[in-house]
Design a protein around this ligand. Structure first.
Ligand SMILES: Nc1ncnc2c1ncn2[C@@H]1O[C@H](COP(=O)(O)OP(=O)(O)OP(=O)(O)O)[C@@H](O)[C@H]1O
Length: 280
């Protein structure tokens, strides 16, 4: 479990970046942090992996303040994927890169070699490839794999799909969904509301260094006040569903006004059409 209790933070003690931020992320959740540029989302992520310490308030990982956890212990509990894989990759071969976290935390290397072999197979990597010669999407997958291989309880992802094409984005998100299904807690910063709607179970909305709303994904993505506060545009189907129920108030009580994805919109529209045909 991750708890932020009245956390304030800054980089240079002059400008306060986070102000009195409180939230709880339960084990096994899949949470998306959303909000405008500069809202403080990445800063919040840095507080979770101890790269930044709170100026006031407490960040607790499994009940222990991050200020009391050694960096290696924190790294074992919370895996972190940076926005740019090139800030993460530092070794000359794929295999070395996947072993790096184990060496840095003094882990059992026999077990490490086994896990690395499994991940190389799962991702279909060539272990001898030079990471810096790989394309952007594969470097992102390698950075993700080097987090996953450590099997942390929590994986924090700062905009995991930025710079990826559609196919690469689906591949990365499918791997993250698989992790979540196997019980890993996922915390993700994401600007793409389609991705948030498709994957996240809950959403925390930030604006100007504060949490302005939090809750179940579609309760947030359907809240006009919250969307306006954080300048968010909901996923397309949600936008259409909300728009239709404004333009046609008689639809507000029908499944069309509740449709959050293409499949539920399709069945709501077909049902409505069949109802209309039966009445004729
Ligand atoms: N290393 C740093 N030193 C000083 N100020 C920083 C640093 N990193 C971020 N900031 C400032 O902190 C504020 C919050 O930045 P942060 O990156 O946390 O926001 P964000 O919500 O993740 O934004 P984005 O969506 O653009 O990534 C911004 O005003 C930013 O300029």
């Amino acid at each position: 479990m991750i708890e932020f209790q009245h956390v304030s933070a800054s980089y240079d003690e002059q400008i306060q970046i986070l102000r009195d931020v409180s939230f709880t992320i339960q084990d096994g959740d899949f949470v998306a942090f959303v909000g405008t540029n500069g809202a403080g989302k990445s800063t919040t992520m840095r507080l979770m992996n101890g790269l930044l310490k709170p100026e006031s308030g407490t960040v607790l990982i499994d009940g222990v303040p991050t200020t009391e956890l050694r960096t290696s212990e924190l790294a074992r509990r919370v895996g972190f994927l940076f926005q740019n894989p090139d800030n993460q990759i530092c070794c000359n071969t794929v295999r070395e890169e996947l072993l790096f976290g184990f060496k840095a935390t003094g882990a059992d290397m026999a077990q490490a070699e086994q896990r690395v072999d499994r991940v190389i197979e799962q991702f279909a990597f060539n272990p001898d490839d030079d990471p810096f010669m790989l394309n952007r999407g594969t470097r992102q997958l390698l950075a993700l794999a080097s987090v996953i291989v450590m099997e942390p309880h929590v994986v924090v992802l700062d905009e995991p799909t930025t710079g990826l094409d559609f196919r690469e984005c689906i591949k990365v998100m499918d791997i993250i969904r698989g992790l979540h299904e196997r019980g890993t807690t996922i915390v993700m910063v994401c600007h793409d509301m389609e991705v948030v709607g498709d994957f996240a179970k809950s959403v925390i909305v930030m604006s100007a260094g504060k949490v302005v709303d939090q809750g179940e994904t579609f309760a947030i993505l359907r809240n006009r006040e919250t969307l306006a506060k954080a300048s968010l545009i909901p996923p397309q189907i949600v936008d259409i569903s909300m728009g239709l129920s404004i333009m046609h108030p008689e639809l507000a009580a029908t499944p069309i006004a509740q449709a959050n994805d293409l499949r539920s919109m399709e069945s709501a529209v077909l049902n409505a059409a069949q109802g209309g045909a039966n009445r004729e």
